[in-house]
Design a protein around this ligand. Sequence first.
Ligand code: CUK
Ligand code: CUA
Length: 763
Amino acid sequence: MMKSLAVKAITVLLVATFGIGTACAAESLQDVMKRRSLSQQDLLSAAKTYTPSGKRDEFVAFSSGGQSGQVIIYGIPSMRILKYLAVFTPEPWQGYGYDEESKEVLKGGWIDGKEITWGDTHHPAISETNGQYDGQFLFINDKANPRIAVIDLRDYETKQIVVNPVFKSEHGGAFVTPNTDYVIEASQYAAPLEPKKFYPLEEFNDKYRGGITYWKFDRGAGRIDTSKSFSIELPPYSQDLSDAGKGPSDGWSFTNSFCSERYVGGIERGRPPFEAGCSAKDTDYMHVINWEKAAKLVAQGKAKKINGHDVLMIDTAVKEGILFLIPEPKSPHGVDVTPDGKFIIVSGKLDTHVSVFSFEKIMAAIKAGKFESKDPYGIPVISMQDTLHTQVALGLGPLHTQYDSKKCIAYTSLYVDSQVAKWDYCEGKVLDKISVHYNIGHLMTMEGDSVNPKGRYLVALNKLAIDRFNPVGPLHPQNHQLIDISNDKMQLLYDMPLPLGEPHYAVAIEASKLKPAVRYKVGTNSRTDKPHPGAARAGEERIERNGNKVTVYGTLIRSHITPEIIEVDVGDEVTINLTNLERAEDETHGFTVSTYNVHASAEPGKTVSVKFKADKEGVYPYYCTEFCSALHLEMQGYLLVKPKGWKPAPSKEIAKATYTEEDYRATLKKIADTQAVIDVVVGYITSTNYKDFPDVVNMVDDATDQLNRIAGAKTKYEAAAAKKDWEQANLWAEQVFQYQVKAADIGLRAKTYLEQNGAKKVK
Ligand code: CUK
Ligand code: CUA
């Protein structure tokens, strides 16, 4: 041992002094450029994106996860993925769908009593205060099964899933009003509003409907209040994207549509297909809605209850003057309100133009009662000419628009051209274009749909990657391309493969606005934010039986699961509650029981539970699934499922190892040595102003927890030694050593933290 260490030390010295042992001297920047065929431009891009070890990103992006039903979180400009956040789909790492608390959240998303385990997420939205991102909540929609999820950014957990009570599909959500009073969700494919109601397609125009739901968000509760939410009935035009007005247009919302032809396909019945009939007319309709007044009408009882939900019918909406239509170039996609709230920009997917509508002109026409016609449902139609500010030819397939921090500057994705166009919507002129790879859908600038966009970067969310990455089979990753927009010319910086579903939209917020917690108050159910009835503190662990129901109140702390043995009878219903007693940052424990398909992730302070029927007799190890300490592998236990009528044999004891007095003395020596180390660390910490560092205070509390357990174990080893039971004496002494090791580990981390964060000597 000594010898090998010495050899190692000498080798290190030789390498450091003479470069012996390395192939050649360190490469210069020029060498690396040559070897990797990098241009000056590449180096500039690298310098703009490379985030050195330990440094953090300026912005955090929340991307839809498409068919994965999740949210993908990454940093900008490094484009490093930080988390896949489970929303509509079970996700085992987070225990989502494998512990009881998250199952309750997922259950909120069941439809007609049916479990739904996937979602098609499209549009994430960050909560806003006065039109600015506030970093408190995130919302995202499920297009396939019309639902909205609420994620709390204090702990990045999905708290609620609400099912739309009147739609069968949706798309134009989630978009928030400037103070997050409402979360907007528009339907997509028209269907009868009543649940489980059948009407033949021949009755499409009469019985099928679209609509928009305004979900009332209760910020204090951090949940959508379904009882105060309402919808507006709309014609069976396929409503598409939405956006809320802001500034002068606050109180209004805009939703466009396609297939206002109300065409019904059916090749099998000899009819031309949907795509032909749905793009026959030159225009579709933008819906202009006064949601603020709509909410008042609902409060006055003017809505009709459908499936227990308030719906303002078209007739009422028309009579009360809250619903208007404006023709827009056919098959439009994005509808995006400018940061100042004065214009609404609509992209006509099949047109080369983007159309800039003026809110002021819209209001003037409404005020003057100047309408060009009514649609078949009696909704007043305002003329396009009366409301257009300008139209700009950008290129083929314009889809979505985002804004810059610079006035009047917008960026629009061009799907067919595979380009991003930078243009001026006040003057109506194109400023720059850049090619992307390939077929861009949405694009995103930093806080680019708020009243206060931050500029700097743009991400192109491309639909195809084709040849950009190492091939991984016929299914390719998505490609999010980072573009620098801080100068007049856009510059492509980075390709990021995104290997999870097809993201549609993403939103990015200044990282400094996000302030997630590092721990829960001990015993919290993270999905309800309330104290968990199954919580236990140290010393309160127990197993209770009530008939065939066994409930475990357990705890987790490095490196120990209490209890270590759970005995049940075959057929028992077992609930295991676990509270993580840790306070230190990132000290998560996981929990699973062999072959019972349960898993939980218990972050510091959290209480989680897993539940299953012990329907097969046998021996099932359980263990901690997160590598949490040097003795993580020993963080284990046994679930014993006993056969019916099984009785233990009278004299059997658990197999013993044999220890001698010598072993016991050696362990005592080890304890004394370790204590000396701990004393030095404690001496250092208490000599500083450590109380000024809340993170260190928490670490010290955790370490003290471990040290406080020593007294009990010490009494046991001394009693055993007095009886010359060296087996017991040695094992309890070893346990004391384990408490010391964990305390020392935390203590050393606290010491490093203090050294790195400029703690001052006070003694
Ligand atoms: S959508 Cu997919 S590219 Cu759902 Cu916003 Cu436009
Ligand atoms: Cu706790 Cu591993």
